[in-house]
Design a binder for this molecule. Structure first.
Ligand code: NAD
Length: 249
């Protein structure tokens, strides 16, 4: 068991087909106590209870500092420690550059970028005290190639911002033995992509993927397990591409 008795907080993990819930399942199967944080309390609790009775589901908007801090207080009251944080919550909007309005910008950057900062700030004092911790930030291939398939330029910017924040956190927290890394998923089949892919689009996307398939949520969960566990003990500040070869650089 790679995460026996470790406490792992995963944001945006209530969506049944999502990357967060797949990661939650993978972590629980490796012995972790998992805390699912998502917008809706009922959905978070239901997702946590699917994992078993040791796990916790909480409501918080990751972009809201009070809600984030209140959720982390509850985690500490129940488990007394936090070993892993996965900053997974994110939203996308498939709009073009000139259509981005202030509300679009605020919505997308708030969840991915502010959310990653606030959640990390909330757990860092605990990880520093423990002199151990792993923070995993979910970015996107769209940060690296200037657009994915469904996200607009503001989404690429938010996810590129996550990479910069991840690297700066890794540098600052290394001396405390807190590691910070990112995953850049390619096109993974979840609700974020559901129903948006015509057969024609799928074929043209597959032509650009050497492994010749779209990703599964479990592909990301496996990468997250590696970064959460001692298997990656000497890695911090890295960007782990999980994209089937869609971007080789
Ligand atoms: P999803 O829509 O299935 O899940 C996202 C979850 O985040 C949902 O449960 C949603 O309720 C939650 N959420 C949204 N805003 C929130 C907020 N303010 N506070 C707390 N929770 C919030 O999407 P997914 O495909 O599983 O995406 C997970 C992450 O992976 C996102 O950051 C996404 O940008 C990233 N990503 C996905 C893909 C892909 O192809 N699916 C590719 C690259 C990156």
């Amino acid at each position: 068991m790679l995460l026996q008795d470790k406490v792992a907080v995963i944001t945006g993990a209530a969506s049944a087909r999502g990357l967060g819930f797949a990661t939650a399942k993978m972590f629980a199967s490796q012995g972790a106590k998992v805390v699912i944080i998502d917008l809706d309390a009922g959905a978070s609790k239901a997702a946590a209870s699917q994992l078993g009775s040791d796990h916790l589901g909480l409501a918080a908007n990751v972009a809201n500092e009070q809600q984030v801090n209140a959720a982390i207080e509850q985690v500490l009251a129940k488990y007394g420690r936090i070993d892993v944080l996965v900053n997974n919550a994110g939203i996308t909007q498939p709009i073009k550059l000139m259509d981005i309005k202030r509300d679009n910008y605020d919505a997308v950057l708030d969840v991915s970028l502010r959310g990653t900062l606030l959640m990390s700030q909330a757990v860092i004092p605990t990880m520093r005290r423990q002199r151990a911790g792993s923070i995993i930030c979910i970015s996107s291939v769209s940060a690296q190639r200037g657009g994915g398939i469904f996200g607009g330029p503001h989404y690429s910017a938010a996810k590129a911002g996550v990479l910069g924040l991840m690297k700066a956190m890794a540098r600052e927290l290394g001396p405390d033995n807190v590691r910070v890394n990112a995953i850049t998923p390619g096109l993974i089949q979840t609700d974020i992509t559901a129903g948006k892919l015509s057969d024609e689009m799928r074929q043209s996307i597959l032509a650009g993927i050497p492994l010749n398939r779209l990703g599964d949520a479990s592909d990301i969960a496996g990468a997250a397990l590696f970064l959460a566990s001692p298997l990656s003990a000497y890695s911090t500040g890295i960007t782990l591409d999980v994209n089937g070869g869609m971007l080789i650089h």
